[in-house]
Design a protein around this ligand. Structure first.
Ligand SMILES: [Fe+2]
Length: 199
């Protein structure tokens, strides 16, 4: 099988953590009640007016298994906000290989997609669709379920569209280790082996 052939369970793009979050609703309340001055540029990514981040405070309630994940791979937790009727254009992350995300609202009115054929710096127009073989033309949607975390491969081109009348909020863990130290494949293997979500 060609490495670029779409995997039936999509685990090369994302992985659903098989454990329900108990804090998703509280995270959403933190987001919608936060003062507007607390929203900053999305981590190292300045200049995107439609995407902002609210860094989680020490008083925030976290899911208990985060402690075990943090011990292995320290991170900063934050909530990313994508404005109503806007999008986060196609890109490949420049400095992080992997994230852990949970969508807090707009499950049916926002869409998060991967395109394994798009290279860094390309736009949707540049992808040579005509040269792709049958079965290679698909984009892959990460259909976020409520109260679920997903390990997210940031090294495959991805985009988010928010069609809702309200901002889209997602919890995202920004690992301290950059792309050279922590890859999606590495963390996926470790997660499946360690199963930190099991009490
Ligand atoms: Fe990204």
């Amino acid at each position: 099988m060609n490495a670029k052939t779409i995997n039936s369970n999509n685990n090369e793009y994302y992985f659903e953590i098989p454990k329900e979050s108990k804090v998703s609703d509280k995270m959403y309340l933190q987001a919608i009640n936060a003062h507007k001055d607390l929203w900053h540029d999305f981590y190292n990514l300045a200049g995107l007016p439609t995407v902002k981040v609210l860094v989680a405070g020490n008083d925030w309630e976290m899911d208990s298994w985060w402690g075990r994940l943090y011990n292995a791979h320290p991170f900063t937790a934050g909530i990313a906000k994508l404005e109503a009727h806007s999008y986060y254009d196609w890109h490949i992350d420049t400095d992080r290989g992997v994230r852990l995300n949970m969508l807090l609202n707009n499950w049916d009115t926002s869409h998060s997609m991967f395109n394994p054929f798009m290279k860094r710096g390309e736009s949707a127009y540049n992808v040579q669709l005509a040269s792709l073989k049958d079965g290679e033309r698909k984009i892959v949607e990460l259909k976020y379920k409520p109260q679920r975390y997903y390990l997210f491969n940031t090294q495959i081109a991805h985009t988010i569209y928010n069609f809702a009348d309200t901002a889209r909020y997602s919890l995202t863990l920004d690992f301290d280790e950059d792309l050279s130290k922590l890859t999606y494949e590495q963390l996926l293997e470790e997660l499946i082996r360690e199963q930190w979500w099991n009490e």
